[in-house]
Ligand binder design. Structure first.
Ligand code: FAD
Length: 416
């Protein structure tokens, strides 16, 4: 059993000691990666066995004082600076852990509760979240509101001490195994679209919640349609004030882009990075002297380094207590383009077997998964086009996109 992190007399946690403890924990509770292995649940639906193993792992992490590293101590976190999370991520790249199901809760939902929740909500939800007792999802996108999520049509209407939620969400990752979600709904249609939204915590097992899985082209069924039919939300389960939902959602989206783009990147390159996987496939097919393959691998490596640099900058901003700005969107864009490029290289080195393989070949299905999964990375958390708009407006200072519906009450818009 690993003991909790020790603190030096000057009040700081010793970084070397911390790294040793993280590694000792992982050696005891996780297993070392095998080549080409995906995170469990990343590609397929999480089954009951994965959920149970994830819970056991996360509870052990919590008991060892290694969960919620940067979250405040009074809510069950460790109150550590962002660089400790980086150390943890660096050590964890060598290990296979079942914690994929917590990605959205840890990366987006709980940080939003911490930033905008009342004291009671923080006391109620952060600790069980950190311990993995409760799993979270994010309910923003709707059939007619993805990139322009502020156009959403789900409504929440106040009724005494409750709000009544009606509407439909779509592409909700993990909804089928989640306990709670953060849901964005329209609470005032008489004001322009961004001003009439509110964010709530919803119990995913409440009466009136229906969850239907959607199958993706990579074979996974990790997405869902979620229907709300007269779901009762407690009035004190709002994040921020009524009408402040857009501001709250921006916190979630910013965290999401940082998590997708730079959250996992570390300075440490392991033999399991996609480049090493491509290199090994190239070796096995006698392609390491092929100038085009060499050029592709070098090009990929440079792009990874660029992403690492942007990631460093973001982690530096977080460590200094700043909320990352458009660099989160830039990292998300670079990460998505890199995934697409890496999938192309996977096809080049694997050749025709990237699309036609035998069941005994361990490597090629991984290449195929990369090809089938890369497009989704360019859509989730904001599409590449939307990221480029943010980059153009907020980094390059180009004129803003025309938004003809920005100042018109939502009720008067043609689509409403
Ligand atoms: C793997 C994955 C996981 C996801 N998980 C979740 C989740 O857990 N919760 C959740 O709420 N949502 C989730 N989503 C949904 C995701 O946020 C939306 O798919 C995304 O915001 C795009 O919305 P859309 O699909 O409606 O496309 P649309 O907004 O309809 O866009 C269609 C096309 O138009 C382009 N476009 C739209 N607006 C502009 C513009 N202003 N300028 C230039 N081009 C534009 C887009 O780039 C795209 O190519 C997930 C999606 C994926 C792929």
């Amino acid at each position: 059993m690993t003991s909790a992190v020790t603190t030096r007399q000057d009040g700081f946690v010793d970084e070397d000691d911390f790294r040793i403890r993280v590694r000792a924990f992982l050696e005891e509770h996780a297993r070392r990666n095998r080549r080409g292995e995906e995170s469990e649940g990343a590609m397929g639906s999480a089954d009951q066995s994965l959920l149970e193993r994830a819970h056991v792992y996360q509870a052990a992490l919590f008991d060892a004082g290694l969960a919620g590293l940067t979250w405040p101590k009074e809510y069950g976190g460790q109150g550590l600076a962002g660089r400790y999370q980086t150390i943890f991520n660096e050590e964890a790249t060598d290990f296979h852990t079942p914690s994929f199901i917590y990605t959205i809760g840890f990366g987006m939902c709980i940080p939003t509760v911490l930033a905008h929740g009342s004291e009671d909500l923080k006391q109620r939800y952060v600790r069980p979240g950190a311990r993995g007792d409760e799993v979270w999802c994010q309910l923003f996108s709707e059939p007619a509101a993805g990139s322009d999520v502020a156009s959403l049509r789900s409504t929440a209407v106040r009724d005494g001490d409750e709000w009544v939620l009606n509407g439909q969400k779509v592409w909700t990752s993990g909804a089928h195994y989640c306990d709670y979600g953060i849901v964005l709904a329209r609470t005032n249609p008489d004001v322009p679209k961004h001003k009439g939204l509110s964010m709530f915590i919803v119990d995913m097992r409440a009466p009136g919640v229906t969850i239907r899985p959607l199958r993706q082209m990579n074979g996974a069924a990790n997405f869902n349609e979620v229907f709300f039919d007269g779901v009762r939300l407690r009035a004190d389960h709002i994040l921020g004030e009524p009408g402040e939902g857009w501001r709250v959602a921006l916190t979630t989206l910013m965290n999401e882009r940082v998590a997708i783009g730079a959250g996992q990147s570390t300075e440490k390159t392991t033999p399991l990075t996609p480049i090493a996987m491509h290199l090994e496939t190239a070796r096995s097919r006698g392609l390491t002297s092929d100038p085009l393959v060499r050029q592709d691998l070098a090009d990929l490596l440079i792009r990874y380094w660029v992403l690492d640099m942007v990631g460093l900058r973001i982690r530096g901003a977080v460590a200094a207590g700043r909320v990352p700005g458009p660099e989160g969107s830039v990292a998300k864009l670079i990460g998505a383009l890199l995934a697409k490029r890496s999938a192309e290289v996977a096809c080049r080195v694997a050749g025709v077997s990237a699309t036609a393989w035998s069941e005994t070949d361990e490597k090629v299905p991984a290449a195929t998964q990369m090809v089938l999964s890369a497009p989704g990375i360019g859509i989730a958390g904001g599409t590449n086009e939307v990221m480029r708009n943010i980059l153009g407006e907020r980094v390059l200072g180009l004129p803003k996109e025309p938004q003809v519906d920005r100042d018109i009450p939502f009720r008067d818009l043609l689509s409403s």
